[in-house]
Design a protein around this ligand. Structure first.
Ligand code: ADP
Ligand code: TYD
Length: 197
């Protein structure tokens, strides 16, 4: 399982199809999905999470409720049958957004993670890294913004710092990809990373 992370506007959605394509070039099937979401219930929870106001702990609990459904109904059966899974955001996003961004204690998130996922983690995580103002400028060009995307720049700097700290603490799993470079350069970087076992 590969997860793709980063602040809003870092380039996850741009590069996820490329990661899927690279895997499939090696003759394996890759299923791509996203969080919050990935199941009918998860997509309904996503609507609430992205548009309704709630306390940070409620947000954390709903993220993990959606994640449990996603894992048990979709991700784990696929991994067991040998399919690769590429997920747009996973547990690191909860540490970064609800933890770093909204101040939920990381130990509390870790307790909920243990109870919900029983130690399950992605095998590899690509963290697209851009400064908060770059992410913001890229988003501003597009569609209307959701609840998280409307947060102030300082929120995104905390989210970014949490991602970088998690990457530094788990270098076997996490790879930080400099998302400020041109798309073609980022692509070839991803290709090299995917070739490395
Ligand atoms: P995310 O999914 O991380 O929120 P997107 O992949 O949707 O971000 O990218 C946001 C915007 O930035 C899109 O318009 C995309 O084309 C553009 N973009 C993504 N990566 C780059 C890059 N390396 N250089 C310039 N623009 C980029
Ligand atoms: P995303 O799918 O990246 O948004 P978009 O479709 O606009 O690119 O993610 C939705 C939002 O949910 C994003 O702002 C981050 C937030 N989020 C959390 O706060 N915690 C989480 O655990 C997850 C998975 C997402």
């Amino acid at each position: 399982m590969i997860s793709v992370e980063g602040i809003d506007g870092a380039g996850k959605s741009t590069h996820l199809p490329w990661i899927k394509e690279l895997i499939e070039r090696t003759g394996r099937y890759a299923w791509s999905t996203r969080e919050p979401g990935g199941t009918p219930l998860g997509e309904r929870l996503r609507e609430m999470l992205l548009h309704e106001s709630m306390t940070p702990l409620t947000e954390t609990l709903l993220m993990f409720a959606a994640r449990r459904e996603h894992c048990q109904r979709e991700i784990w059966p696929r991994l067991e049958s040998g399919t690769w899974v590429v997920c747009d955001r996973f547990t690191d996003a909860t540490y970064a957004y609800q933890g770093g961004g909204h101040g939920v204690d990381a130990n509390r998130i870790a307790e909920i993670e243990r109870a919900t996922l029983e130690g399950f983690r992605p095998d590899r995580t690509f963290i697209f890294d851009v400064p908060a103002n770059v992410g913001r400028e890229r988003l501003a060009k597009g569609r209307s913004l959701d609840k998280f995307e409307r947060e102030e720049l300082a929120f995104f700097e905390r989210v970014r710092a949490t991602y970088l700290a998690r990457a530094a603490a788990d270098p076997q799993r996490c790879h930080v990809v400099d998302g400020t470079r041109p798309i073609a350069v980022v692509r070839s970087d991803l290709e090299a990373l995917l070739r490395t076992p």
